[in-house]
Design a protein around this ligand. Structure first.
Ligand SMILES: NC(=O)c1ccc[n+]([C@@H]2O[C@H](COP(=O)([O-])OP(=O)(O)OC[C@H]3O[C@@H](n4cnc5c(N)ncnc54)[C@H](OP(=O)(O)O)[C@@H]3O)[C@@H](O)[C@H]2O)c1
Length: 318
């Protein structure tokens, strides 16, 4: 089968496209022929050697793809054959065929095709747990999302707006600002104008969702007393050390979370994805067109995501 792989950690030039052995399945897994593979920031951390990656020789990156079940393990319902599916937490996904344990399958409803599913995928499920498990904001809460036009940011912003939360955020360019405004954010600020808007927002927000990381100290300053930062990633670099006593003095909190801890069973995966798919199929959330590279253009896809130019999902078509 064709796969995108690498032998050593490093820049995107370590990535190679070529032939590797197709995985064998066991009685409780299926073989998925992938159509669209999701590229996520964690894959960049993994390629650089900064994040957990499943051992293999060579390394095959990626945990997220959509496609069709083409082989079913002996212990499973044969009705799975031909089913369109998504998975977001299965290793070795940068390949034409992936062995997927049955409990990790997300079965697609007919209203959602494989391209839409991969576009929503891991970023959508992340936005879902950030909003529903960690944030739990009330109507009229004032919240802020750093990098709001990114993949997670776009969906998170719409989930929160649909609940009546007042959403604002920050971006690096005017184009990204327009995108975030078109998806319902009430105010979107440019990073380069921080000196103007940060003093105005300081101490006024219930929640800041921060997936940029290097902005964590600034995010804490935007909170009102008893507010919380939801720190969920470091696309812009690691955060500075935080003064816990200063947090305590103002009753501010930092919550963190990793999606995988919220996808603990087949039922969890199904329920969370159905909640999300319903928001999409009923038009409550718009999913913008993904940027699609061919799997053989993996290096270019990594460079694009790392450049910070992407707005929304980056997919690799198999
Ligand atoms: N905790 C979890 O379970 C979980 C799951 C999935 C993703 N994540 C994290 O969520 C964050 C967002 O992920 P995503 O998939 O939405 O990524 P994305 O689409 O690339 O969005 C990230 C945003 O971060 C901003 N950014 C700031 N500095 C950057 C830099 N040096 N390079 C690239 N982008 C930079 C960019 O917005 P501006 O240009 O507007 O600043 C960009 O739009 C990442 O930190 C990721 O690791 C966490």
């Amino acid at each position: 089968m064709k796969a995108l792989y690498f032998n050593q950690f490093g820049d995107s030039d370590v990535l190679k496209y070529g032939d590797l052995a197709t995985p064998a399945i066991d009685e409780n897994s299926v073989l998925v022929k992938t159509e669209f593979i999701g590229l996520n920031f964690a894959d960049i951390y993994r390629r650089r050697g900064n994040y957990h990656i499943e051992p293999s020789d060579p390394y095959i990156n990626g945990y997220e793809a959509s496609g069709q079940v083409v082989q079913v393990g002996a212990g499973l319902d044969k009705g799975l054959l031909g089913q369109s599916v998504l998975f977001v937490d299965v290793p070795y996904a940068n390949a034409e065929y992936v062995k997927v344990p049955s409990e990790k399958l997300i079965i697609l409803p007919t209203a959602i095709d494989t391209k839409q599913a991969a576009t929503i995928g891991l970023q959508g499920l992340t936005a879902d747990f950030l909003a529903n498990d960690l944030g739990q904001n009330n109507k009229d809460d004032r919240v802020f999302i750093t990098g709001i036009s990114g993949g997670v940011g776009q969906i998170l912003s719409q989930i929160l707006s649909a609940k009546g939360v007042k959403v604002s955020g920050s971006v690096s360019t005017e184009l990204k600002q327009q995108i975030a405004l078109s998806l319902g954010a009430s105010k979107v600020y440019l990073n380069r104008d921080k000196a103007l808007w940060q003093p105005v927002l300081k101490g006024k927000l219930e929640t800041v969702y921060d997936g940029v990381g290097s902005t964590l100290t600034e995010s804490i300053e935007l909170l009102k007393n008893k507010g919380k930062v939801i720190f969920f990633g470091m696309a812009g670099g690691n955060p500075e050390n935080i003064d816990l006593i200063d947090l305590l003095t103002h009753s501010k909190s930092i919550l963190t979370g990793d999606l995988w801890d919220y996808l603990s069973s087949f039922k969890e995966r199904q329920n969370r994805s159905q909640r999300l798919f319903k928001l999409v199929s009923t038009g409550k959330i718009n999913i913008s067109e993904p940027t699609i590279f061919h799997l053989s253009e993996g290096q270019a896809a990594h460079n694009f995501l790392e450049s910070g130019k992407s707005t929304g999902k980056v997919l690799m078509k198999v």
